[in-house]
Design a protein around this ligand. Structure first.
Ligand SMILES: NC(=O)c1ccc[n+]([C@@H]2O[C@H](COP(=O)([O-])OP(=O)(O)OC[C@H]3O[C@@H](n4cnc5c(N)ncnc54)[C@H](OP(=O)(O)O)[C@@H]3O)[C@@H](O)[C@H]2O)c1
Length: 317
């Protein structure tokens, strides 16, 4: 089968379109014929092996998994002997390792039935970013003031919609190029962080991008407000953006504000909950651009540039 492979860490030119064997599902695995695969920041980390600490998971000297990709939407081709949840022909979406390929193996616990009202391309945009946003916004109450930093990107486009759906008043932080997008997702106010400082007082801050200090973020938070640090690139070569969420958790017990760092894992229960919201018309993935499998390197470059709006998706024939 065709797949995007890499044998070393580095920039997008380490990726190439190659031929690898179609995997065979083990007893607890599902073989999916990939129709589309989302482009998430985790893919950039897997490609570059940065921050260096991530190589404990991805492989110390070179990538343990040659095939890139984490989000998937496709059709079940076959299942292992112990799999009862899915059957050949089922349309599914979820997370797996090596989705930039014509076939991929997945665990049933990271898959769910695809939302009926989405194309495969749209469904592939949902799993990692949508689940992360769901976990972050889960505790929002109607009438609360929410600040979403990085609202025009993959996670932010879901977080904005989910917070609006929860009845919050959402202020989206993004560059001017994404202002129309975030307004179309329901944000009531927009701050162009490239031209003006962040102002206001918020009950919940969802910090997805940039590397603003905890002092700055806490200054924007109400006395009993909550800060959830989801992402933000930069930081040291060894630990990347991990310092801020760690510091948030350490400081939190000593203040009335609740400060947290989030690591979201993609699970069936969250995918089911998202599907219900999507089928009810509450949330819809904002697919900004699509690419062919051979263009995976360009897709990851576009993501890393920060210019691409919403979610990027690779379609697989
Ligand atoms: N904790 C978890 O479990 C988890 C899960 C998924 C992702 N993440 C992390 O979340 C982060 C974002 O992922 P993503 O997929 O949403 O990326 P993305 O699609 O690139 O979105 C990030 C957005 O932030 C904006 N941005 C860049 N610099 C900014 C700044 N200084 N201030 C405000 N906005 C800024 C960018 O657009 P504009 O500059 O044009 O506005 C971009 O749209 C990454 O660090 C990723 O590793 C964490």
């Amino acid at each position: 089968m065709k797949a995007i492979v890499q044998d070393e860490y580095g920039p997008p030119h380490v990726l190439s379109l190659g031929e690898v064997p179609i995997p065979t599902p083990g007893a607890g695995e599902v073989l999916i014929r990939v129709r589309a695969a989302g482009v998430d920041y985790g893919v950039w980390h897997a490609m570059t092996g940065l921050p260096l600490i991530s190589r404990l998971g991805f492989g110390l000297r070179r990538p343990r998994n040659r095939v890139l990709g984490m989000d998937v939407a496709g059709v079940v081709e076959s299942v292992g002997a112990n799999v009862t949840e899915f059957h050949p022909g089922d349309e599914v979406y979820g997370a797996a390792t090596g989705t930039y390929a014509q076939f991929v193996l997945a665990r049933p616990g990271k898959l769910a039935r695809k939302p009926a009202n989405l194309s495969f391309t749209e469904a592939a945009a949902v799993p990692v970013s949508g689940v992360t946003a769901l976990r972050t916004v889960g505790q929002v109450a109607a009438g609360e003031k929410v600040l979403v930093i990085g609202a025009g990107g993959g996670v932010g486009s879901f977080a904005t919609q989910l917070a609006v759906a929860g009845g919050a008043h959402v202020t989206a932080v993004c560059s001017a190029a994404k202002a129309d997008l975030v307004r179309s997702l329901g944000a009531q106010a927009v701050i162009d962080y490239t031209r003006e400082p962040l102002t206001g007082t918020y009950d919940l801050i969802i910090d997805i991008a940039g590397n603003r200090s905890l002092t700055v973020l806490r200054g924007l938070l109400a006395g009993r407000g909550r800060l959830v640090i989801v992402g933000g690139e930069g930081g040291s070569r060894w630990f990347g953006g991990l310092g801020r969420p760690l510091a948030a958790r350490l400081i939190s017990p000593f203040t009335r504000q609740r400060l947290d760092g989030l690591i979201a894992l993609t699970r069936t229960a969250d995918l089911d909950a998202l599907r219900d919201l999507i089928e009810a018309g509450t949330v819809r993935p904002a697919v900004g651009r699509t690419y062919s499998l051979a263009e995976a390197g360009t897709a990851v470059s576009d993501l890393a540039s920060g210019n691409a709006p919403g979610k990027l998706v690779i379609t697989v024939d």
